[in-house]
Write a protein that binds this ligand. Structure first.
Ligand code: GYE
Length: 385
């Protein structure tokens, strides 16, 4: 409240100071008054307009204080707490930046950002600290899908709407809205692509190694389930599935051990994100395993970040299945709807694409729905996150 009031006072004080300097109400430039007007719902725009008739700065401040107290709205800055998973991947960096860009002071927000460093307990504590601060909204990207009901009940009791982004919460529905990806569809896409590509290449047997994401994260669960479903149906062998925790170091470590344990026995490596794939490539390079189109091992990845697509273009990753991290603008829409008393959609799905080079682009469908693949070009890479 105090902060909100202060910012309104400052905007009007600045406008009044300008007025005093120029000695004419006409001299107040549109931009000066804009911050107060923009951030305030229509009927609360009065304070900024009043600034044009007040004589001095003190009077302006008083006028605003009164108006703000009267309206009870006070203001304008929306406080948001965001409990982010961590900083494990390029995807995560893009997600964080997207939120910081959208929930900026310039856009009328005061963002409390906590990087939870992949620590589930720390993430719940972050949410509790937002409750204590009395923020207007809480955004959670849940590290794992379960264990949320207690803390979400605390948010509900405090009257703070929660918006979930990216990964899902599977054991509580005490949130207003979720904006993210269909991870099972991503896993199915990887499986159905592999089936079609193997047929085209005349590959009869699939022996796959999976480097999964952080165990219990819905992104891991969905991608594993989707790929496994096709593997089961097609009778493929999944030799092993171990977590690389969505990191490059994790991917490298798991792949180093796979290269020893399964030497000469695998022809597919599935990494559940690009960073794991970067690590796995280093491990395969060191072990003398040739991968990518035209080589023995097909390398599949998820996320399709810029560096991932560069590796598709370089003929290292055979196909990359996008996960779109730029959810923040949609989260903002949800918040704006709530501000107006509207009911937002409970689930909002991000649009995503499947990427490869022309020789690896094949026709496939998911549950009967034909999929379109996107060719990786320099322009496509330049436009990616
Ligand atoms: O794929 C990975 C990140 O939750 C979808 O988390 C996200 C995943 C993403 O670390 O790179």
């Amino acid at each position: 409240m105090k902060k909100k009031l202060l910012s309104t006072i400052l905007s009007v004080t600045m406008a009044a100071a300008l007025l005093a300097g120029c000695g004419s109400s006409a001299a107040a430039p549109a931009e000066t008054a804009a911050p107060a007007e923009e951030a305030a719902p229509a009927e609360e725009a009065a304070p900024a307009e009043e600034a044009e008739v007040v004589e001095d700065v003190e009077e302006a401040a008083e006028a605003v204080e009164e108006a703000a107290a009267d309206s009870g709205a006070a203001g304008d800055v929306i406080t948001v707490g965001f409990a982010q998973v961590g900083h494990e991947s390029d995807w995560r960096t893009a997600s964080t930046k997207s939120c910081q860009d959208v929930f900026s002071a310039e856009n009328g927000y005061d963002l409390s950002f906590v990087d939870c460093d992949n620590d589930e307990a720390a993430q719940k504590e972050a949410v509790r600290s937002f409750i204590e601060q009395g923020v207007d909204y809480i955004i959670i990207d849940p590290i794992i899908a379960t264990g949320w009901d207690t803390v979400l009940t605390e948010c509900e009791d405090a009257g703070i709407p929660v918006i979930v982004i990216d990964r899902t919460i599977d054991d509580s529905d005490k949130y207003v809205s979720w904006v993210g990806s269909n991870f099972k569809t991503e896993g199915l896409a990887a499986g159905e692509w592999l089936k079609a590509y193997a047929e085209k290449q005349g590959i009869k047997e699939i022996n796959a190694l999976v480097i999964s994401g952080s165990t219990g994260a819905s992104a891991q669960i969905g991608r594993s389930e989707g790929f496994q479903e096709v593997a089961d149906r097609e009778g493929w062998t999944i030799l092993d599935e171990q977590t690389g925790d969505f990191t490059k170091a994790g991917g490298q470590e798991v792949m180093e051990s796979y290269c020893k344990s399964y030497e000469g026995k695998f022809n597919v490596v599935v990494c559940q994100n690009d960073n794991e794939a970067f690590g796995a490539m280093t491990a395969m390079d060191n072990a003398g395993v040739a991968y990518g189109p035209g080589n023995d091992v097909i390398l599949i990845s998820f996320d399709a970040c810029t560096a991932g697509l560069e590796d598709v273009k370089a003929g290292k990753i055979s196909a990359d299945f996008e996960c779109n991290p730029l959810a923040a603008p949609f989260v903002e829409q949800v918040i704006q709807q709530l501000q107006k008393g509207e009911t937002p959609e409970k689930e909002v799905y991000m649009e995503e694409h499947w990427y490869a080079l022309p020789d690896q682009i094949v026709d496939f469908s998911i549950d009967g729905e034909a999929q379109t693949m996107t060719e990786v070009t320099d322009d496509v890479i330049a436009a990616q996150y």
